[in-house]
Design a protein around this ligand. Structure first.
Ligand SMILES: Cc1cc2nc3c(=O)[nH]c(=O)nc-3n(C[C@H](O)[C@H](O)[C@H](O)COP(=O)(O)OP(=O)(O)OC[C@H]3O[C@@H](n4cnc5c(N)ncnc54)[C@H](O)[C@@H]3O)c2cc1C
Length: 392
């Protein structure tokens, strides 16, 4: 039996951040991941905001930043497009990462801070014993147990840890986007420094994207809500790639598939001896589906609170609920607002989206940010004013 203060299951960005901050704050931490290579395969379009990284105190490194983004292009179902890239402040513009390197880099940071890292190690089951969790793991064909005073579930969108521990982490089907993506070369983007978003019935309940990684390389993907869709996400993507002028001659070099929980943060973030973070806790922006920065934010809070709990010898739900409070303060309000915007946009048909795009062409945007987009949406659409008027 291996014993530790904190066991983190899942070395995605959220788990590595929790392991790092748990270690930096003096706790013994073990971080495990079932993958043999952390970060691979990726399930992500790899976009993050500059502000987000800054907030997390992470310096961008050329090793894992492959592209700096200079703007966005919004494309309506009839092809009307809105460019936000000229003389506009870019607080939410950002970087395209190479997740396979980024995730490993974040795990290395956790290792440098003192965490022990076990790759190709899967958590198979758990049980509560006294004031600890005992997690049965398997690595290289061998089973063994890890006993931890505090368990952190960072095991991504399919999350088992929380559910095994009795927390309500399940995502309703209506809130789980099916994401699918090709990494492609020979993509002919009008401007390979701009993120492209395509809306409407090409991706019911979600949107399609082209996120450039190099001049002719891009992540081309989409996410749909399956219950609102008539085809599989894969079929929607194949159709999109065939019809979009930028991708008609493009070649697929990678296929990425994954669920994205967009229903807002779960209520049950912690219980005695356990905390849940990242996608496992639905810490995903419901509007964009982006979860890297939010998950890492949850990771910092979880690592810090867990390490303090270890120092105080108090692993109770009451003590650990400080983590819930921090998440609620920093993520809760924003996520609730974005959930409302998502619901509003979901209800629009292609014609309504086309009219918004036409009206947006005359708007002078001062910055690229979601609040700025919503403020302008409210100005041009009486329906939006009614539903979203007081949000931002
Ligand atoms: C198609 C798609 C595109 C996306 N694009 C973006 C984007 O552009 N920007 C953005 O911010 N977000 C994006 N996201 C969301 C983003 O990828 C996630 O929010 C982010 O990866 C969450 O990090 P995490 O650490 O919580 O989970 P993950 O990154 O999913 O990491 C979980 C880890 O847990 C491990 N694990 C799972 N179960 C076990 C177990 N039992 N034992 C051991 N290890 C286990 C897994 O191997 C994995 O490494 C996208 C998602 C999808 C599906």
């Amino acid at each position: 039996m291996i014993e530790t203060d904190i066991l983190v299951v899942g070395a995605g960005p959220a788990g590595s951040m929790a392991a790092k901050h748990g270690s930096l704050n003096g706790a013994d931490v073990i971080l495990i991941d079932k993958k043999s290579e952390i970060g691979s395969p990726k399930r992500c379009a790899e976009g993050v905001s500059k502000e987000g990284l800054k907030f997390l105190g992470i310096e961008p490194k050329p090793r894992w930043v492959v592209k700096e983004i200079e703007g966005i292009r919004l494309v309506a179902p009839d092809g009307t497009d809105v460019w936000l890239n000229d003389e506009i402040k870019l607080p939410e513009a950002g970087y395209i990462l190479e997740r396979k390197i980024f995730d490993k880099h974040m795990a290395m940071d956790a290792g440098r801070a003192g965490a022990e890292i076990k790759v190709k190690t899967i958590a198979k089951s758990l049980k509560k014993e006294g004031d600890s969790y005992i997690v049965t793991c398997e690595s290289m064909g061998k089973e063994f147990n890890i006993k931890a005073k505090i368990l952190i579930g960072a095991d991504g969108p399919e999350s088992h840890i929380g559910r095994w521990a009795g927390l309500k982490t399940a995502t309703k089907a209506k809130d789980m986007e099916s994401g699918i993506q090709f990494e492609m070369c020979n993509v002919k983007m009008i401007d390979p420094n701009v993120l492209e978003f395509y809306f409407g019935s090409i991706a019911p309940g979600g949107y399609a994207w082209i996120f450039p990684k190099e001049d002719d390389i891009a992540n081309v993907g989409l996410a749909v809500i399956q219950s609102k869709s008539e085809k599989t996400a894969y079929e929607y993507l194949v159709d999109f790639v065939k019809t979009c002028p930028a991708t008609q001659d493009a070649k697929i070099v990678e296929l990425n598939v994954g669920g994205d929980p967009v229903g807002g943060m779960i209520k049950d973030l912690s219980a005695d001896n356990i905390l849940i973070i990242g996608d496992a806790a639905s810490q995903v922006n419901p509007l964009t589906g982006g979860g890297i920065i939010n998950g890492m934010t949850g990771g910092i809070f979880a690592g810090e609170v867990a390490a303090k709990a270890i120092k105080e010898g108090n692993y109770s739900k009451k003590y650990l609920s400080k983590y819930n409070e921090l998440c609620e303060d920093h993520l809760g309000d924003k996520m609730n607002k974005y959930l409302k915007v998502r619901d509003y946009l979901d209800a629009l048909n292609n014609d309504e989206l086309n009219s918004i795009a036409v009206a947006f062409q005359d708007v002078e945007f001062t910055e690229i940010s979601t609040p700025e987009l919503i403020k302008n949406l409210v100005k041009i659409s009486p329906k939006a004013l009614l539903k979203l008027g007081k949000l931002f």
